[in-house]
Design a protein around this ligand. Structure first.
Ligand SMILES: [Fe+2]
Length: 324
């Protein structure tokens, strides 16, 4: 099976060590501000248990797992509080909870947290929850009524992150996060050529209010090593009917490959997952959300292995919001 999700279960001793670290971090109120915290999370993450750090390093380095699912995290002892009914990260004074702090620490073992100017005012942590006013938007993280098709996070963007991380505050609807890996795709030489050719319009999801600085058209779907390619696709916005012949067949085979190799992950409160955003697409099926305040609630951060590759698109060296 090309899609393989590794699970890291935090043991009792590790949980105590992680809890002590989180308590120390939380004791400085400045750390609850996301922009302050992410400037320190990389260094603080070195105090996570060694087995945890090794698991993240191995996941990043070996490129054999599709995702790393971390469970048994010592967070949200008093519950997550009510699910937001909007995007609290867009307001001044937004504070992180302990699940988000740990999410930032774990992700910092993989790379640098980044954001986009086109998304939630450049917030690094983004709230994923069904919003009634957006329930009928098909390819929105705030939707629910329709399937959210297979996509690479921020597929349209040349400096998109290598990893997408999600931490779960609440998922009583048991809505699955679906992951599928491009590994093992079977294509003819002509089909491979077609997908490596910059001839596809990738498109962005409605979470981005783009300014037009990024060229989203005439991009290749596959890139990197031909014998084991990386992928950039957004089936949620792709207009398949725009293509015919070999490119169309190749796109259909890719979509079928993702369908055939899909693995459903059921996140529960306190869980984190990190998905390889170069090798794996993710999706979410339609679901019936619980009433406001109790509905599914995830917090997303994307992590890039290299900040310098996006320097030209960031206002200054320390900025993390990438122009889009
Ligand atoms: Fe996504």
């Amino acid at each position: 099976m090309p899609t393989h999700i590794s699970t890291l279960v935090i043991n009792e001793e590790e949980a105590a060590q992680i809890r002590a670290l989180l308590d120390e971090i939380s004791s400085d109120p400045r750390n609850l501000d996301q922009f302050h915290f992410v400037e320190h999370s990389h260094v603080l993450a070195q105090e996570l248990p060694r087995r945890v750090r090794a698991a993240f390093y191995g996941f990043n380095r070996s490129e054999t797992s599709s995702a790393l699912h971390v469970t048994g995290n010592p967070v949200l002892a008093d519950g997550p509080g009510p699910t937001p009914t909007d995007y609290p990260e867009e307001r001044p004074g937004y504070l992180l909870n302990d699940a988000q702090l740990l999410h930032g620490l774990y992700g910092s073992l993989l790379g640098e947290p980044i954001s986009f100017t086109s998304q939630r005012k450049g917030s690094i942590f983004t709230t994923i929850t069904p919003l009634p006013r957006l329930s009928q938007v098909a390819n929105s993280s705030s939707g629910s009524m329709f399937d959210f098709g297979f996509h690479i996070e921020d597929a349209f963007h040349p400096t998109r992150a290598e990893f997408i991380g999600l931490t779960c505050m609440r998922n009583d609807e048991q809505a699955a996060t679906t992951v599928s890996c491009v590994d093992g795709i079977e294509l003819t030489e002509e089909e491979l050529d077609a997908l490596f050719e910059p001839q596809f319009d990738i498109g962005h999801n409605p979470i981005h209010a783009t300014s037009g600085v990024i060229e989203e058209d005439r991009l290749s779907v596959l890139f990197g090593p031909r014998e084991r390619p990386y992928v950039r696709i957004n089936f949620a916005t792709l207009e398949l009917e725009k293509y015919d012949g070999v490119p169309r067949t190749a796109l259909e085979k890719l979509r079928q490959h993702f369908e055939d190799n899909r693995v459903e992950l059921m996140l529960k409160t306190g869980d984190c997952v990190y998905i390889d955003n170069f090798r794996c697409a993710h999706a979410r099926d339609a679901f019936e959300p619980l009433p406001a305040g109790r509905s599914r609630w995830l917090s997303r951060v994307v992590f890039a292995t290299d900040l310098r590759k996006s320097r030209q698109l960031r206002q200054n060296t320390v900025a993390r919001a990438i122009a889009a």
